[in-house]
Design a protein around this ligand. Structure first.
Ligand code: AMP
Ligand code: ZN
Length: 493
């Protein structure tokens, strides 16, 4: 069965196939860089990353573009207040976003920046004006005339038949149920950033940037456009209106929207005290891998309720997977067992079927845990043979190509956040748990293995004081040592 995805535009689950050959051209709305990314943002970016990884695993080539909105009302206002220019203001948050995304193993798409495409945006608006689809107001701003686009409302499934002709809205944030001519370009305001252009001085509106950058990179018609569900209206509706009225062609064919994340059952907000950036959670000692696992645990169209209990469970799940892989590196008797090879094959098939089913990540996680449970039981019973290991590892790798949590680089990924906290006046927020994890990373894997060999040698030579000392040193570095039937194993706390 091919991949099936929910298409917001048709309101149905459809088979997904690229328009041309085997290459998927997709565009995802990126962050507005006026603050640090929060876990709601990363819920959407992880969902898009899973889509991206699965498209590739299913054999597609990919041209994936994401914008960074480095100019908008809030950015201009905040920069003016801080007495710096827009670039200076956003640089820090852009860098932070890219670092945080990498910590969550979100693969980096091709990135485009709004401020680097202002001339093209102005030209696009000039063409809209030529066609009578946009107009200039007295102050030098430009608006899109939505009455000229009969398809307005087709994405958000709203009926705008009675919309007011000529009523305008000129800010990036506005009430969701009101269709009005929206700003394409805003005239300069004193003390605020503006650019010279073929349509006069000013700055672009938020919607125009995504139309211009996506079509520039991917063509007038492309396969898929993604974002969080809050972008359906007005942002994506407006992108469609601008783009399709100008080109006369269908803009994006699939529209992919991730459902909003809740925290402890409520909408995340600073005033409610339930607002968390990725950095807030890492400072508390939570690992990026646990956060990614949790964000991926609920299929993207279902509501994910973020709780600290859920985060603990996600951490335990990742530990189990990592321990299982470690266990498979043990010694097993020669031969193979039919039960284990068919378990691995079944799991591989279940993984594909789950993800083909509109990216059912919950089912995929269930499939891998069923395998881990059965294989662990088989190891306990001495039923696993040497040749069973490669197929089991292959199923685990197939899972991890999408979920990306097995590689234990958490400490390294958490280190830069501790360094940032130190330099940004937040050192008091670094929890003892985070300090522990970072100190464990002070020893490389090779160094730990070497110390463990020395510990075993000391013990074999009955030099117990020495072996105890090494053990204490490793414990202080937050390395947990376990004696198992297969010998000494270790992991980081
Ligand atoms: P922004 O930086 O506000 O432009 O948002 C970046 C991305 O995060 C967009 O795709 C938003 O739709 C998405 N987003 C914002 N808040 C949430 C949330 N609570 N849950 C899921 N996605 C969100
Ligand atoms: Zn966008």
């Amino acid at each position: 069965m091919p991949l099936r995805l929910f298409n917001t535009l048709s309101g149905k689950i459809e088979e997904f196939r690229p328009l041309v050959d085997n290459e998927v051209r997709m565009y995802a709305c990126g962050p507005t860089v006026y603050d640090y990314g929060h876990i709601g943002n990363f819920r959407t970016f992880v969902a898009v990353d899973i889509l991206r990884r699965y498209l590739r695993q299913s054999g597609h080539k990919l041209h994936h573009v994401m914008n960074i909105t480095d100019v908008d009302d809030k950015i201009i206002r905040n920069a003016a207040q801080a007495g710096v220019n827009v670039h200076q203001y956003t640089a820090k948050y852009q860098k932070a976003f890219l670092e945080d995304a990498a910590a969550l193993h979100i693969e980096e798409p091709q990135i485009t920046r709004a401020t680097e495409h202002i001339a093209q945006m102005a030209e696009f608006i000039a063409r809209l004006v030529e066609k009578g689809l946009a107009y200039k107001t007295e102050d030098g701003s430009y608006y899109f005339r939505i009455a000229k686009f009969p398809g307005y409302g087709k994405l958000s499934k709203r009926d705008f038949a009675g919309m007011e002709n000529g009523a305008r809205v000129d800010v990036d944030e506005y009430e969701k149920d009101n269709a009005r001519d929206f700003a394409l370009w805003k005239a300069p305001k004193s003390g605020e950033a503006s650019w010279e252009s073929v349509i006069g001085p000013g700055r672009p509106g938020w919607h125009i940037e995504c139309s211009v950058m996506s079509m520039q990179e991917l063509g007038e018609s492309f396969d898929l456009h993604a974002g969080g569900e809050d972008l359906i209206f007005p942002h994506h509706e407006n992108e469609i209106a601008q783009s399709e009225s100008l080109t006369g062609k269908q803009f994006a064919h699939f529209w992919f929207h991730a459902r909003f994340l809740l925290v402890e059952g409520e909408k995340m907000s600073k005033s409610a005290g339930n607002f968390f950036t990725l950095r807030d959670l890492v400072l508390k000692g939570h690992k990026p891998s646990s956060i990614r696992y949790l964000l991926a645990s609920v299929p993207y169209r279902h509501q994910l309720n973020f709780t600290f209990e859920g985060l603990q469970q996600a951490a335990a799940s990742v530990e189990r997977l990592r321990n299982f892989r470690l266990r498979l590196s043990g010694n097993f008797p020669d031969g193979s067992s039919l039960a284990m090879t068919s378990l691995a094959e079944q799991t591989s098939k279940r993984l594909r079927e789950s993800l083909d089913d509109d990216l059912n990540t919950a089912q995929a996680q269930a499939a891998i845990f069923d395998m881990v449970r059965a294989a662990n039981a088989a190891i306990d019973e001495g039923e696993i043979k040497k040749d069973d290991v490669p197929p089991l590892l292959a199923a685990l790798d197939q899972f991890d190509e999408i979920f990306a949590v097995l590689n234990d680089d958490d400490a390294e990924k958490m280190q830069y956040i501790a360094e940032w906290a130190n330099s940004d006046g937040r050192e008091k927020d670094i929890s003892p748990a985070l300090r522990d994890i970072i100190s464990s990373a002070a020893l490389s894997d090779d160094q730990v293995n070497q110390r463990i060999e020395q510990m075993k040698a000391a013990r074999a030579a009955k030099k117990y004081a020495e072996s105890d000392a090494i053990r204490a040193e490793l414990t202080a570095a937050a390395i947990i040592i376990e004696q198992t039937k297969e010998g000494v194993r270790w992991r980081r706390k």
